[in-house]
Design a protein around this ligand. Sequence first.
Ligand code: NAP
Length: 259
Amino acid sequence: MKLGLEGRKAIVCAASKGLGKGCARALAGEGVELVICARTADVLEATANEIAAESGVSVTPIACDITTEEGRAAVLAACPEPDILVTNAGGPPPGDFKDFTLDDWRRALEANMLTPIALIRATCYGMAERGFGRIVNITSASVRNPIPVLELSNGARTGLTGGVAALARKLARHNVTINNLLPGLHDTDRVRETLKARAARERIDVEEAARRAAESIPAGRMGRADDFGAACAFLCSEQAGFITGQNLLIDGGAFPGTM
Ligand code: NAP
């Protein structure tokens, strides 16, 4: 299927690695010109060069912290009229409710709720005027099924989900959609870090921790950034214009419910 995206312009946030990079690669493969960001300039630049070389599209790296106003301004200056916006940032740290301070909560809300909302607000009305827009928020399976050690993430991402649910309906008649992708366990650097902690706890090596994690998923494996990116590219396609306000779990069947 051709996704009808050739020549479109996208901002993909937090995209030097992991799920954001998976989304960037999939969009570039469809001929979308990209502005990507991350904080670590050399890794970001290497990713931009890699994606540009394999796809032939232009990929502009903006090294910044997307959770700051300056970071968002730099990204928007590089791509003031995006057709596609993929929001993403690092997730909040794990811990326990009793230990989280209000400042911890403020940081989580800033990164995983207010940053996407600011970017959506800055771009969605222009998309509506131009008659095409696709917004995809990378949230988490924790929106459907709270993860005990990730209460900051559970709260901030659910806030984002609720915060844009009505907006998705308001923008639908302008051919602008907003959908959320909810990753379950994917084999990325972030997850490898958490597996190191599990390995230490269970006195096993990281590969064994990864095997045990994969075993707990009905698909028998962790997700791959490229599969995740393919779902993102489809939600950004011409064909997906009638899909909006949805929360799509990408978790290999891990959510234990019928719906
Ligand atoms: P990852 O492999 O660690 O990649 C994170 C990417 O985001 C890197 O490119 C990183 O680059 C960039 N980044 C982080 N903070 C940033 C910031 N403030 N500004 C700009 N760029 C930033 O992580 P991932 O696994 O892809 O996770 C992506 C998101 O999905 C996270 O919010 C995570 O909590 C969520 N999630 C992941 C999974 C999973 O299984 N992987 C499951 C559920 C939810 P720099 O560090 O250089 O900035």
